[in-house]
Design a protein around this ligand. Structure first.
Ligand SMILES: NC(=O)c1ccc[n+]([C@@H]2O[C@H](COP(=O)([O-])OP(=O)(O)OC[C@H]3O[C@@H](n4cnc5c(N)ncnc54)[C@H](O)[C@@H]3O)[C@@H](O)[C@H]2O)c1
Ligand SMILES: [Zn+2]
Length: 342
């Protein structure tokens, strides 16, 4: 088991990789605990749950709303949940994002922890303290920054995760390697079969390294004013794709990584060989690399990106595998790249 401590200005979060769901009580001192989870997790793991009351939420992005938040809050009131209690989210990114948000606003904030169960959630969504819900067509537009007391990444639970969801998480793992760690990128290329078959050693290594990378970045810049922007590598195009195509986030990120790498090649920051190794790696994994949405729709969506300032977008490029540079790119330049490179 690996343990990583994420320290921010106001919080300390303990992250445990390879710990079992069954040991969660070791990390809880609150007398009253309520679980938030979804039906897939209950189907596979209900018998392993400690005997705490359960609030079950629905599945999919469409339930990540204020309406779900209100329903949970009514139940917390019924359970007489108070400031000394702990809210425990057991699930993927959707359960964690909602649990963290409810815990942050209920009674002006109660303690919370996660058992993170999807690969995407273990390497990304449950780490770093961004909590929130969607509003209308705007993803994660309502939320806050607040770190969970603990995150348990029980990597054995990944054995019941559908293959497609595994690929989704690997998209973010590749992103982490590309932005900071060439050695990890090589490991991915050299151990693809082990990774895809969920070999415990390979997966625990990748989850641990990903969390280390994200934690170090978040410790320097919790509220995304500088360093944390690195994590948006591949995400400008990914968010635009997700607006118009029903595609898993990690897959959209894969297409976004190839696009950002192509711009990096065009600007002579990376070599053709580096570009090819990135695209080949994603293809070997089975992730998509090509845009499948009308370019005009993509450009419109990028214009509405919440990270846009005036006519520029802070765009994350690769300087080499394992190192990024962030540049302001004008919307018109980006528009040309989309027509030219996609
Ligand atoms: N807060 C952040 O920093 C952050 C970062 C990235 C993504 N996110 C958010 O995370 C969400 C996506 O997360 P996700 O991909 O985990 O989606 P998800 O929570 O919908 O989980 C994916 C699917 O896998 C199922 N599942 C999860 N764990 C399982 C297991 N062990 N066995 C069987 N089935 C399991 C879920 O029920 C669901 O159907 C999005 O809403 C996204 O906005 C947040
Ligand atoms: Zn992402």
């Amino acid at each position: 088991m690996e343990k990583i401590i994420l320290n921010t200005k106001n919080n300390k979060s303990t992250i445990l990789i390879g710990e079992s769901l069954k040991n969660v009580t070791k990390y809880i001192s609150a007398k009253k605990v309520i679980i938030i989870t979804d039906s897939n997790i209950l189907k596979h793991y209900k018998s392993d749950f400690i005997d705490y009351p359960i609030i079950e939420i629905g599945l999919g992005e469409s339930i990540k709303t204020l309406n779900t938040v209100e329903k949970i809050i009514s139940k917390l009131i019924d359970f007489e949940f108070d400031r000394n209690s702990l809210l425990l989210g057991i699930g993927g990114g959707i359960v964690c994002d909602i649990t963290g948000f409810v815990a942050s606003i209920y009674m002006r904030g109660v303690n919370f922890g996660f058992i993170s169960t999807s690969l995407l959630s273990q390497v990304d969504a449950s780490i770093g303290g961004k909590n929130g819900v969607n509003f209308n067509s705007y993803k994660n537009i309502i939320g806050n920054f607040n770190q969970p007391q603990f995150v348990i990444c029980d990597t054995k639970m990944l054995n019941t995760l559908p293959k497609d969801e595994i690929l989704n998480g690997i998209g973010e793992i590749v992103k982490h390697s590309l932005i900071t760690d060439a050695k990890m990128f090589n490991f991915i290329n050299e151990n693809l079969d082990n990774i895809l078959s969920l070999n415990e050693k390979a997966i625990d290594y990748l989850v641990t390294e990903s969390i280390k990378i994200k934690s170090e970045i978040v410790e320097k810049d919790e509220r995304e004013s500088g360093e944390r922007k690195k994590l948006n590598f591949g995400h400008t195009l990914a968010h635009a794709i997700e607006k118009h195509q029903n595609i898993a986030h990690g897959k959209a990120v894969s297409i976004g990584i190839v696009f950002a790498s192509k711009i990096s090649l065009r600007k002579n920051y990376i070599s053709k060989a580096e570009f090819n190794s990135i695209a080949q790696c994603l293809e070997n994994i089975g992730l998509p690399t090509k845009l499948n949405v009308d370019k005009k729709l993509i450009i419109e969506a990028i214009k509405k990106d919440k990270k846009r300032t005036n006519n520029n977008i802070s765009f994350v490029l690769l300087n080499k595998i394992g190192e990024v540079i962030i540049e302001e790119i004008s919307l018109s330049e980006l528009e040309n790249y989309i027509y030219d490179l996609c």
